[in-house]
Ligand binder design. Structure first.
Ligand SMILES: Cc1cc2nc3c(=O)[nH]c(=O)nc-3n(C[C@H](O)[C@H](O)[C@H](O)COP(=O)(O)OP(=O)(O)OC[C@H]3O[C@@H](n4cnc5c(N)ncnc54)[C@H](O)[C@@H]3O)c2cc1C
Length: 457
C-alpha cells in the first residue's frame, strides 16, 4: 500500500479520496484545519450554497451511492427568477437542472460516505490539524494540531487540496520553480439566510428556483432554496460600495430590502437583518498557476490551484472534475504518477485558465451590455428554438446547459468575453489592478494578461 496524504477536506480533496480508495492500493491520510463538520452545528459555521452542474455531478456519479446521498441533502432547481423592484419576476428556464446544496452538507456527506465504506487501515481523517509546510525532497509535511506539538508526516504521494489560501501551494512556490499569482476580485459579498416562507404564510419564494435581484450598479442578491425551507444566499457588491454602510439598525436594513427586493423583504426577520448587518464582508481571491503538479509525487487540485470568482458557479464543479480526471489518468497509466501528473497538468491547466477568463468576464458591467445580456437570455434564447441562426449563445448558456470543456466555451464566446473585458477596463474594475503577486508569473503565459492564451489552448 502506498501512502497518500491529502491536505484539505474540502469537496476536491474528499472526492479524490473516494476515487483513490476505490482503487484499493492506497492508504489515505487526510488532514483538515477545521473541526469535524459532523460534530459542529451547521449554523455556527461559515457556509454558502453551491450549485452543482453536469460537470460536477458527473464526477460524483462515478462513485456508487454518492449522488443519491447528496440529493437527499439538496434541492434540484430548473430555473432562475429575476425579480424586479415592483415585485414582478422574469423566469429563465434551464435545459438541465442543477443541484443546490449547502457547502458544509456536501462535505458532511462526502465524509460520511468515506467512513461508511473504508476502515481505519485504509483511511484516517484528522480534523483541527493544520499543515504549515511541505518538504518535497524529504517527502514530509509539517502539521499542527489545535492543541499539541507540531509533528511531521511522511508521504509517498501528496495532494494539496487546501483551498484558495493553500499553504501547500505557498510552500511549493517558495521551494520549487512553480509560479502562481493571487488576485482580489473587485466584488465582495455578505452571506444571507432567511426562511423561504414568512411566519404567517402570507409570503413565500418558489422552492425550486434560484432568486436574483439587481440592487444597484454591479450589486446583486442571489438566494438559493435549501432543504428545511431555508433560503441561503449572498449579497454581492463592489468592495468600495457597501450598500448597507451607514445603516445602524435591523429596521433600516429591512427598509432597504423593502425598497430593493420587495419579494424578499417579508421573509427577512429582525434577527436575520441584524445578523446580515453585523456579518463581516468576505473578499474573493483568485489563483492562477503555471502547473498543477510538482515532480513525480505532488498534485494540486481545486481552489488551491485555480480559485476563480464564484460569478458563474463553477469553482466547485471544476474542483470535483479535477478528482475525476486524475482518477481516469491513474487508470490510463496503471497508477504511474510520474506519467499521470504531467498529463494532468497538460489537460487541466488550459481548462483552469479558460474557466478563469469565463468567471471574470461572463457578466457584463456596463448598463447597455446588461440590457443586451437580459434580452439575449430571455428573448433570443427562446426564439433560437425556431430560428437557430439567431446569434451565438452567451457563455452562461454554454456553461450551464452543456458539458463542453471550458476551453471550448471560451473559444465559442470569445467575442462576448472580449467586449465585457473591454467595458471593465474602461470602468477601471479589472481584477489585475489589485493583483498581489505571490511570485512573478510570466506575462506571456498569464491567461488574465492575455485571453488569447486560453482561447487558443
Ligand atoms: C460565496 C461563494 C459561492 C460559491 N458558489 C459556487 C457554486 O455555486 N458552484 C460552484 O461550483 N462553486 C461555487 N463556489 C466555489 C467553491 O466554493 C469552491 O470552488 C470549492 O469549495 C473548492 O473546493 P476545494 O476543495 O478546492 O477548496 P475548499 O472548499 O476551500 O476546501 C479546502 C479545505 O482545506 C482546508 N484547509 C485550508 N488550509 C489548510 C491547512 N493549512 N491545513 C489543513 N487544511 C486546510 C480548509 O479548511 C477547507 O476545508 C462558491 C464560492 C463562494 C465563496
Amino acid at each position: 500500500m502506498q501512502k497518500v496524504i491529502i491536505v484539505g477536506a474540502g469537496p476536491a480533496g474528499l472526492l479524490l479520496a473516494h476515487y483513490l480508495l476505490a482503487r484499493k492500493r492506497y492508504q489515505v491520510e487526510i488532514y483538515e484545519r477545521r473541526p469535524d463538520p459532523q460534530r459542529v452545528e451547521l449554523s455556527s459555521q461559515r457556509t454558502f450554497p453551491l450549485s452543482l452542474h453536469m460537470r460536477g455531478l458527473n464526477a460524483i456519479r462515478t462513485i456508487p451511492g454518492l449522488e443519491a446521498a447528496l440529493v437527499k441533502e439538496g434541492v434540484w432547481s430548473g430555473a432562475t427568477l429575476l425579480h424586479g423592484k415592483q415585485g414582478k419576476a422574469r423566469r429563465i428556464d434551464r435545459k438541465l437542472p442543477l443541484l443546490l446544496i449547502d457547502r458544509n452538507q456536501l462535505i458532511r456527506v462526502l465524509i460520511q460516505q468515506l467512513l461508511k465504506h473504508y476502515g481505519e487501515e485504509a483511511l484516517t481523517i484528522q480534523f483541527d490539524c493544520t499543515c504549515t509546510d511541505v518538504d518535497p525532497d524529504r517527502r514530509t509535511v509539517t502539521l499542527h494540531e489545535a492543541e499539541g506539538e507540531p509533528f511531521t508526516a511522511s508521504f509517498d504521494y501528496l495532494v494539496g487540496a487546501d483551498g484558495v489560501r493553500s499553504p501547500v501551494r505557498d510552500a511549493l512556490v517558495a521551494r520549487t520553480a512553480m509560479q502562481c499569482e493571487q488576485s482580489t476580485v473587485p466584488d465582495v459579498y455578505k452571506s444571507l439566510f432567511v426562511r423561504r416562507v414568512s411566519p404567517d404564510h402570507s409570503s413565500e419564494l418558489a422552492a425550486d428556483c434560484i432568486h436574483s435581484w439587481t440592487i444597484g450598479r454591479n450589486m446583486r442578491v442571489l438566494m438559493a432554496p435549501l432543504p428545511g425551507d431555508w433560503l441561503h444566499g449572498v449579497m454581492i457588491f463592489p468592495h468600495n460600495k457597501n450598500p448597507l454602510e451607514g445603516l445602524t439598525s435591523a429596521d433600516a436594513v429591512r427598509d432597504f430590502f423593502q425598497e430593493k427586493c420587495p419579494a424578499l423583504a417579508p421573509l427577512m426577520m429582525v434577527e436575520d437583518a441584524e445578523a446580515l448587518r453585523l456579518r463581516p464582508i468576505s473578499k474573493i481571491l483568485t489563483v492562477t498557476c503555471d502547473r498543477m503538479h510538482v515532480g513525480d509525487r505532488i498534485l494540486l487540485i481545486g481552489d488551491a490551484i485555480h480559485a476563480v470568482s464564484p460569478s458563474v458557479g463553477q469553482g466547485c464543479n471544476a474542483s470535483l472534475q479535477d478528482a475525476q480526471v486524475f482518477a481516469q489518468l491513474l487508470d490510463q497509466y496503471q497508477d504511474d504518477w510520474s506519467r499521470a501528473l504531467p498529463e494532468f497538468t497538460a489537460q487541466r491547466l488550459p481548462e483552469a485558465h479558460a474557466l478563469r477568463a469565463l468567471s471574470d468576464y461572463t457578466f457584463p458591467r456596463s448598463k447597455t451590455m446588461v440590457l443586451e445580456f437580459i434580452f439575449r437570455l430571455i428573448v433570443v434564447k427562446k426564439l433560437r428554438r425556431w430560428f437557430p441562426q439567431l446569434g451565438k449563445p452567451l457563455p452562461m448558456e454554454l456553461i450551464m446547459e452543456t458539458e463542453l470543456p471550458y476551453t471550448q466555451v471560451l473559444h465559442q464566446t470569445q467575442g462576448w468575453i472580449d467586449r465585457v473585458r473591454q467595458s471593465i477596463l474602461v470602468q477601471g474594475l479589472e481584477p489585475s489592478t489589485q493583483a498581489e503577486r505571490m511570485s512573478s508569473y510570466p506575462s506571456s503565459t498569464s491567461p488574465r494578461l492575455g485571453n488569447d492564451n486560453a482561447a487558443n489552448s
